[in-house]
Design a protein around this ligand. Structure first.
Ligand code: FES
Length: 146
């Protein structure tokens, strides 16, 4: 013998659970586009790249993401991004012309990353550089934060 009320309650509780799960999944599915629309981003953790001193005689060290430059006395160093601010191509340093050039549309930048010419409208971003020194004050390396 079956009870009609018990099966109705069972169906109601199953339907309620299904509706709750559907609402939960719908809410989760809407969170991503909503966060994207509001411009919310999670900043990636900074990465530290160590470069040993001395740099090559040219005074520039090339990594995939940045160029590291050092002054002739090696007491000052700076790093600029290798990602072109126009459309994102990887830029090259022209040692003979002492400038950075983009191979895609020939935007040009100074070694400090200042825009000189081309379709790019912004300077190359700079990355902080920390000098590592030994007890005598000689520079032993550079740490670039990207
Ligand atoms: S991507 Fe560099 S100039 Fe266009």
């Amino acid at each position: 013998m079956s009870c009609p009320h018990a099966s109705s309650d069972d169906r109601r509780s199953v339907l309620t659970a299904v509706l709750r799960w559907t609402a939960a999944f719908s809410g989760l599915a809407l969170i991503h586009p909503l966060l994207k629309f509001t411009g919310f981003t999670v900043k990636p953790k900074p990465r530290y790249v160590k470069v040993a001193a001395p740099l090559p005689r040219s005074g520039v060290h090339a990594e995939r993401e940045f160029f590291l430059f050092a002054s002739p006395d090696r007491q000052t160093a700076w790093a600029v991004s290798r990602t072109c601010t126009h459309l994102g191509c990887r830029v090259n340093f022209l040692e003979d012309k002492q400038m950075i050039e983009c191979p895609c549309h020939q935007s040009r930048f100074s070694p400090q990353g200042l825009r000189l010419a081309g379709p790019a409208e912004k300077n190359l971003p700079a990355f902080p550089v920390e000098l590592q020194k030994d007890e005598t004050g000689s520079v032993t390396g550079y740490v670039v934060t990207i």
